[in-house]
Ligand binder design. Structure first.
Ligand code: AMP
Length: 282
């Protein structure tokens, strides 16, 4: 495994693989890696001749400076894990390497980036689109792997690839959870033991809401989840929405769509956690 900081060096390293038409797989991350990331990397290693993992805390997608400052950075441990997983290249550029000048690729995602996360983190998804499109330009992967934990992000990346007609297959990977059900996240490092336990109630509530979804109206399911989570001491729901899994439009009835997902953001103290559950997928 080689750790590379510059675009030029990465291009040089990938050149022989490109000329022999080897398949290149790519996993973009912000580091502070855990078993959720590891699952994406394992799949990437298995399905491609070359696996490139980027570790880059992208300033453009943080609309909160404090969140950016507090984001965990653990490059040494990340590289150790990535080596064990069989990664070929780690791309860990500086912010100057990625953004030599203010880089703006503003794409119009319609409602996709306005709802849910987009409503509470304005500009977030354009920041994600900026860095991912830049990284795609640099790595030129055949396949790229994204977690279903960031459900809205996955929908937006699929839309971006479609809009820009990029020849890249986007692979969604199911959510990896802690034993207690909490969705793994780099932000979980900031939770105390007590808060980790409390946060497990988020997924418990989502799971319980599946039977509610099968029995009553969509509005009641929404109320059920919000009330159930807000009742837990230490948790505060920012939003919970039940949406069409492709368009992210709100759903009013179970019959409105064949793909229905509930997406939630919750504060546990000052740590913001997201999760989702699929109610229906035909
Ligand atoms: P991040 O480093 O948080 O930007 O995440 C990098 C990639 O890993 C994204 O595609 C995430 O959706 C994915 N990911 C993060 N946590 C998990 C998880 N618990 N399960 C599956 N994928 C995840």
């Amino acid at each position: 495994m080689k750790v590379i900081q510059t675009i030029t060096a990465l291009n040089e390293a990938l050149q022989p693989y490109r000329s022999s038409e080897a398949s290149i797989g790519f996993v973009p991350t912000m580091g502070a890696l855990h078993q959720g990331h590891a699952t994406l990397v394992k799949q990437c290693v298995t399905e491609n001749d070359v696996c490139v993992v980027s570790v880059f805390v992208n300033p453009a997608q943080f609309n909160n400076k404090e969140d950016l400052r507090l984001y965990p950075r653990t490059l040494e441990a990340d590289c150790k894990l990535l080596e064990e997983l069989g990664t070929t290249f780690v791309f860990a550029p500086s912010a100057e390497e990625i953004y030599p000048e203010p880089y703006m690729r503003v794409l119009d995602f319609g409602i996709l980036d306005k709802v849910m996360e987009g409503r509470f983190r304005p500009g977030h998804f354009n920041g994600v689109a900026q860095v991912v499109s830049k990284l795609f330009d640099i790595v030129k992967p055949h396949k790229a792997y994204f977690g279903e934990k960031d459900f809205q992000q996955l929908a937006i990346i699929r839309e971006m690839v479609n809009m820009l007609r990029l020849p890249i297959r986007i692979i969604g990977v199911p959510i990896v959870r802690e034993e207690n059900g909490l969705a793994m996240s780099s932000r979980n490092m900031r939770l105390s033991d007590k808060e980790r336990e409390t946060s497990a109630e988020i997924y418990k509530s989502l799971k319980e809401s599946v039977s509610v979804f099968n029995q009553t109206s969509v509005d009641k399911v929404t109320d059920f989840v919000i009330d159930r989570v807000n009742k837990i001491d230490g948790l505060a729901v920012e939003y919970f929405e039940i949406v069409d899994g492709n368009s992210l439009q709100l759903i009013s009835n179970q019959a409105d769509s064949d793909f229905i997902v509930g997406c939630i953001a919750v504060f546990c103290g000052d740590v913001r956690l997201i999760d989702n559950i699929t109610y229906k997928k035909n």
